[in-house]
Design a protein around this ligand. Structure first.
Ligand SMILES: Nc1ncnc2c1ncn2[C@@H]1O[C@H](COP(=O)(O)OP(=O)(O)OP(=O)(O)O)[C@@H](O)[C@H]1O
Ligand SMILES: [Mg+2]
Length: 291
């Protein structure tokens, strides 16, 4: 009997830490004994680099441009601990929809029954999610992913992107779209950053899955072309990623988030602006600091 495949999509603003977090989750799940495929859905095609010693792999779109018929083994490459790495790729800069790589790659994999043939436990999509449009919405819209997670820091633009993603999930949820597992709070070192994220998940009726600190261990590992789970398996940061991966593996209950309207979001941000000013002047103390 073939095992149950769980497909997970990880979204977030550009540069927020999606690929770093996704690759560490893949590495941790793989070390825990699961068979994992990481599916990079970014036209930059660098999602799987730290799973493969810092090297790039040919993308599905590039390979299709060279040949008419593509075999799965021409676009699936093994990385750390046998993780299957795929990069959907993108169009030439300035030509066509950047999400076309995802649409094409997903179609190809469905047609060739790749997910069944490779006997996978998890497929993890790493998706640029500033705007949930076109190809970038595929893992959510077509019910491909079962659970969606978003990586966000406490910065307003990251939260803005997360809120946009919530709007997309909300919209597609009426037609069998994927639901939200929660927020992976990245680069959370200051107590006020935790407070901001906690408040955001509260008002949007979702949850934080894990708080991931900003750590030099991540930088060091990346410079070696590796995930933290591979390069520094006994580090505190690797423990955080392993704990996050375990929570994702055991996650069952995803929900429809309640995104804020644009005015509501601006007012929410303005209130936080005032709170941070009072924190700075010592008028109030952060809730996270009191714990
Ligand atoms: N918790 C962390 N601690 C230290 N550095 C981090 C952390 N998370 C991410 N980074 C660093 O931030 C940079 C951007 O991360 P990453 O490439 O994962 O972001 P991304 O969201 O995938 O970006 P893009 O949208 O460009 O694909 C990388 O250099 C990465 O090492
Ligand atoms: Mg990336």
């Amino acid at each position: 009997m073939s095992k149950k495949l769980t497909q997970i999509a990880i979204y977030g603003k550009g540069g927020i830490g999606k690929s770093t977090t996704t690759s560490n989750i893949s590495a941790a799940l793989s070390v825990a004994g699961y068979k994992v495929m990481q599916f990079g859905c970014d036209p930059k095609s660098d999602s799987t680099n730290t799973l493969r010693g810092g090297t790039y792999i040919p993308t599905v779109l590039d390979t299709l441009r060279e040949k008419n018929v593509v075999k799965p083994e021409e676009v699936i490459f093994e990385g750390f601990n046998g993780i299957y790495c795929v990069e959907a790729g993108g169009p030439s800069p300035g030509v066509g929809c950047a999400g076309r790589g995802i649409i094409t790659a997903v179609q190809l994999f469905k047609q060739k029954k790749v997910f069944e043939e490779y006997d996978l436990d998890y497929v993890i999509y790493d998706v640029l999610g500033d705007v949930v449009c076109g190809g970038f919405a595929v893992p959510i819209r077509e019910g491909i992913a079962e659970h969606v997670f978003t990586v966000s820091s406490a910065d307003f633009m990251a939260i803005f992107a997360a809120n946009n993603l919530f709007k997309g999930i909300h919209k597609y949820s009426n037609n069998g779209g994927a639901l939200l597992g929660g927020v992976i709070a990245n680069s959370i070192n200051e107590p006020y950053a935790k407070d901001i994220i906690d408040d955001f998940v509260d008002v949007t009726k979702t949850q934080v899955v894990e708080y991931v600190p900003r750590s030099v261990t991540v930088t060091q590992s990346e410079l070696q072309g590796k995930t933290t789970v591979e390069a520094a398996p006994d580090s505190k940061q690797a423990q955080v990623y392993k704990q996050l991966a375990e929570k994702i593996a055991n996650h069952t209950e995803s929900k429809v988030p309640e995104p804020l309207g644009i005015e509501e979001l601006r007012n929410w941000a303005a209130r936080w602006g005032e709170t941070l000013l009072s924190l700075q002047s010592g008028e109030v103390r952060s809730a996270a600091e009191k714990i």
